[in-house]
Design a protein around this ligand. Sequence first.
Ligand SMILES: C[S@@+](CC[C@H](N)C(=O)[O-])C[C@H]1O[C@@H](n2cnc3c(N)ncnc32)[C@H](O)[C@@H]1O
Length: 451
Amino acid sequence: MNKILPLKKNDELTVKIERLGANGEGIATHDGAVIFVPFALVGEECLIHIVSVKKSYYFAKLVKVISPSPERINAPCPYFSKCGGCDIQHMVYQKQLELKQIIVKNELKKFANLDIEVLGVVESANQFRYRNKFAFPVQADAFGKIKIGMFRRHSHDVIEIDDCLLQSENTKKIIKIFKDYMTENKISAHNEESGKGIVKHIVVRENENSFILTVVVSDEKFNNFEPLIKKLKTEFSSFGIYKNINKFNNNVIFGERDEHIFGLKELECNEFQIKYFVNNRSFLQVNNDVKNKIYSKIIELVGNEKNVIDAYSGAGLLSSIIASSGANVYGIEIIKEATQNAENLKRINNLNNLTNINGDCVKELPKLAKQFKGDFSIVVDPPRKGLDEKVVNSILNNSPSKIIYLSCNPTTLARDIRLLSEKYMLNFIQPYDMFPQTANVETLVCLSLRQ
Ligand SMILES: C[S@@+](CC[C@H](N)C(=O)[O-])C[C@H]1O[C@@H](n2cnc3c(N)ncnc32)[C@H](O)[C@@H]1O
């Protein structure tokens, strides 16, 4: 029989924080049961308010820090703790890095039964203003006033913001211009409950001094962009605008159809001597500095390999970089537009040793891998859910000499390492701080075939 927990909702008590959880939250215990306290740090004595009682644990709100940790700082963002974007702005940066190293270590222990040293997390050159893309929801409040901002923690209510410290300095200007444009031109924001109103989201991708703004609207007939173009021109000289139509009331930002409205269609970028183009729909790692650090390490790990499969290859940037260093590269990507993008990279950069395959890794990998008879390495960079079991089996059956695994989710990474350890040995594991101020961590791993 389950023990009945002694604390009740709305109880207030003082606790000492014992450790940090996988989302950077403080963890205390009371009568053997765990209490999760977001924004509390290890060693702190805190007054907390119980907000929910589960079967064997509690969630609490931090009311007051009675004895602050030396690792606590004042979060620079005024929206921190209300906005759902950042989790750990209250921690000194060094502590953020330690937390991520421990998260990776703990997940490996828990899901791969591996008790190993994990290298220190590679820092991001910028702890703030590092993102190259932002997506802000647009809503109207009960009186019709427009709110552009971020979703409140665990909610679909938008808190109005005038800047986001993870985005570039341009963000402030773009938000202000967009809000003025909507107000002056009586353009309505979409209301999730009534299903009425036009503008749902604005999405911006930036590169140096250029950007592409996508306005996500519910009504395809909406076309009043002239005043927006005029206003943006007063501040910016290099930008483009798209309209995206999303008629559905769901959690997905983009609908299927895009219409180019004005200016730049894509942003031109050049890295690792590869020329490439991105827009708001292309997958690109959000932190350029950390992306480049990871890609450099991948090139080093690939070494002199003759054949490389790049599974989950996105818009083909990594495949192109590996191909430019000499290997025959085979990218596999499920999204058609992303593969088209990869084909453009191949053409523009004259990469005759690159083959882009559009399809599901589950189906394409077994067919492709068979032909190399073990004479290949594989790079995998899957979404958060990790590798499909069939992909793991195909790797095990075809025995690439090396598996280079880039992961944005340490839990699924650890699960997959456990499955692959049947034939592979883990010989490199390095976390990277792709997302400072959040508890997310990117991890690069290299496994080699046991002899
Ligand atoms: C994390 S991104 C990696 C992109 C790329 N490696 C890069 O660094 O730019 C994951 C990619 O996997 C693709 N994807 C998801 N499931 C897939 C599947 N079953 N087969 C092939 N590609 C898939 C997604 O469309 C996405 O582009």
